[in-house]
Write a protein that binds this ligand. Structure first.
Ligand code: PRX
Length: 677
């Protein structure tokens, strides 16, 4: 209570002084933000958020979140050392904010619509039911020895139980790490080992596009090398039996049913860990990105409301998987904190046919549709009738995420799907940023939206473009390395058990700034456009991958002394990996069998989507005198831009370029190569 009055007081002190809502400005209807802040135009809110972050975020946190104990200080952040703390001293529980507060007001409101693989079989879960499910699951975890601070891996497709598993961890203060259910057993094992997980929650099988995938078998293989795992909780997604290794394995629904549907929430500090999410960087080992409680939740709730113009009664449709940050922030935490109805999409864009998304929109009355450009590029190849035969009049906002959206996909989404009447927001952000950082503001009436451009920083985000010399670039019509100059509540706090890596990766290239790894352009009007990664991270169908991860997998083959992987453009997937492979002398004549083994290696070590689409066997790689592989040259060769190779004088032996160009030309002549495109 103390905090509520503190927040209101803060608002009263600053609002009349600095900002009066202009006449005629539309009121932003928000279920959870009842103060005067809600009536301010987003532009003025933005100004306030960057000129006085303590006031802005302090008021927002006090108003929007339910606290057990008030926070004493809004922030304590020093970007140069990666020290980031928000709402210090505050105590709360995230699951209470996502569930209990809504159950008190509207227990029967639908929290989740589980759009199962088979169309027309959706399942609705009310806030009351989700709270009960979460409590039962939380009590199950507790009765199996899982407590505050313990790590729990969740290896499940999107489903109400997966959401309940995340919230159950949040309820008891355990730290979840959701692993995308397409990752291989080795990739899963690596994450479990790094996080030292005490338990895994999984399903017997997953169902996607009519296909069954044995998730439990993958977990069994993974946990063989994970001694920290004491229990594997197995939910029964299909009727098919699965081998259970009891007492380690626990049938989840059976274990939950005798448990109480009440679980007192653990009181957590604002900066206690909420979850780890592993993501790729420019070195081989994935990074366990750490997000904490209050700042993350507040940031996802505000972005969810403002970027998508979310209003009470909306049916929010983000079709991302919960294995990625988009699923965490805009399927689960942001929408549930706002008391929204959120869709869990289990299927694929083309199952049973390319009308699936739009048939779902019609059947569920979806108001916001948020998806990845890669799916749009796939769908626009089909006849427009697949879209037009379904009623999309419920749609109000469209969103795109995860990779650059090309103009063709943007216009198709906007004009064909949205009939030209729905604002389409290209949202830029990252696993590390927790929530959307740059996106148009459709809630700001009259603000322009430029096609295929993320455009405008969200509240509290101050983008800076850096020159090659490491100086901020001023003015418009300029490009540079995209940095952010001030901390915001949703940003990652560290890399699990490796703070130095966190500092090195994000705060040392431009001391005092968060470096995103992306390049960007700023237009004359001050709008931002993302130009792509500046490091060795690629984006395959919206899935982030480090080329070094793929190289590490390939290099394990005994006949392969060296490889270099780069990303090359692909008309649907955005990018695909292209592997340059050096084989041992004796293997060079008959490489096909080895290439098959290499494909299998990547698939078992990482995931199927990481398997390079192209393999080119070369005698050697282009290297500088100090032994560094010049990937820039490989990119030029693979994108057929050899007229513009740039400076090759630093190469140890420039004749290697000719060799590689020749090998590439031979490769291009192969018939299977042409077919793949
Ligand atoms: O390169 C940017 C690209 O995806 C990277 C972040 O990937 P991940 O952490 O997996 O998060 C994806 C979902 C938020 C970024 O560094 N990216 C993300 N959104 C966009 C984008 N590139 C261009 N335009 C975007 N809207």
């Amino acid at each position: 209570m103390a905090v509520r009055s503190r927040g209101t007081k803060l608002l009263q002190t600053f609002l009349p002084r600095c900002l009066a809502p202009p006449p005629g400005r539309r009121h932003l209807s928000s279920p959870a933000w009842s103060s005067q802040l809600a009536s301010l135009p987003p532009r003025d809110l933005y100004r306030l958020s960057v000129t006085d972050p303590d006031q802005f975020w302090g008021s927002a946190a006090a108003e929007r979140l339910r606290w057990v104990e008030p926070f004493q200080r809004v922030r304590d952040c020093e970007l140069s050392s990666g020290r980031i703390s928000w709402f210090l001293g505050g105590k709360l529980n995230v699951s209470v904010n996502c569930l209990d507060v809504h159950v008190e007001k509207h227990p029967d409101r639908v929290a989740l619509i589980w759009e199962r693989d088979e169309p027309g079989t959706e399942v609705k879960v009310s806030y009351r039911q989700l709270l009960e499910m979460t409590c039962r699951l939380a009590n199950t975890l507790k009765s199996h020895g899982i407590h505050k601070g313990d790590r729990v891996a969740i290896y499940m497709p999107v489903s109400p139980l997966a959401v309940a598993a995340m919230l159950a961890c949040a309820r008891i203060g355990a730290v979840h790490t959701v692993v995308f259910a397409g990752f291989s057993s080795e990739a899963l094992a690596g994450r479990i080992q790094d996080a030292q997980c005490k338990a895994v929650v999984t399903c017997n099988q997953s169902v996607r596009g009519g296909r069954l995938i044995d998730l439990k078998a993958t977990v069994d293989a993974a946990v063989k090398s994970c001694p920290s795992v004491q229990h594997v909780f197995v939910s029964q997604r299909t009727d098919n039996p699965t081998v259970m290794d009891r007492p380690r394995d626990v049938q989840l629904e059976e274990a939950m049913s005798p448990q109480s549907s009440i679980c007192p929430p653990e009181t957590l500090d604002s900066e206690d860990l909420l979850f780890l999410l592993y993501t790729s960087g420019s070195t081989g080992q994935p990074k366990g990105i750490v997000h904490t409680q209050a700042g993350y939740l507040l940031y996802t709730a505000l972005t969810h409301q403002f970027v998508f113009d979310y209003r009470e009664g909306d049916v929010f449709g983000c079709v991302a998987d919960i294995g990625w940050i988009t699923g965490h922030s805009y399927v689960v935490y942001g929408p549930l904190c706002n008391g929204a109805t959120t869709v869990l999409f289990e299927s694929t864009p083309v199952y049973p046919d390319p009308g699936r998304y739009w048939e779902t929109v019609q059947r569920l009355g979806i108001t916001q549709f948020y998806g990845a450009p890669t799916a749009l590029r796939l769908l626009l190849k089909y006849d427009e009738s697949w879209v037009k035969k379904y009623d999309r009049s419920s749609l109000r906002t469209l969103g795109s995420v995860g990779e650059p959206i090309n103009h063709e996909a943007w216009h198709w989404f906007h004009s064909v799907v949205g009939e030209g009447r729905c604002p389409l927001v290209d949202t830029w952000w990252q696993t590390e940023t927790g929530g959307i950082c740059i996106a148009p503001h459709p809630a700001d009436e009259g603000a322009p939206i430029i096609p295929a451009m993320a455009m405008r920083p969200f509240f509290g985000i101050q983008p800076v473009l850096m020159s090659e010399e490491g100086e901020p670039v001023q003015g418009g019509d300029v490009g540079g390395a995209l940095c952010i100059s001030q901390a915001w509540p949703g940003m990652a706090r560290t890399i699990y058990r490796d703070h130095q890596r966190f500092v090195d990766a994000y705060f040392s290239a431009y001391p005092g700034y968060y470096f995103t790894g992306d390049g960007a352009y700023r237009s004359a009007e001050g709008y931002y456009q993302i130009t792509g990664r500046m490091d060795d991270v690629i984006n395959v169908s919206g899935h982030r991958l480090g080329t070094a991860e793929i190289e590490d997998a390939l290099d394990e083959h005994p006949s392969v002394p060296e490889t270099a992987v780069i990303g090359v453009p692909h008309h649907i997937k955005g990018e695909v990996p292209f592997a340059f492979v050096v084989l041992k002398e004796e293997q060079q004549e008959e490489p096909d069998a080895i290439l098959t083994e290499l494909r299998n290696l990547v698939s078992t070590k990482i995931a199927k989507y990481a398997v390079p689409q192209h393999f080119l066997v070369v005698k050697r790689l282009p290297k500088t005198r100090s032994g560094k592989i010049m990937r820039r040259i490989l990119r030029k060769v693979a994108t057929e831009m050899t007229d513009d190779l740039g400076d090759i004088s630093t190469l140890d032996d420039p004749s290697v370029v000719k060799e590689i160009v020749h090998a590439y030309e031979q490769y291009r002549k192969q018939p299977h190569q042409r077919k793949e495109e």
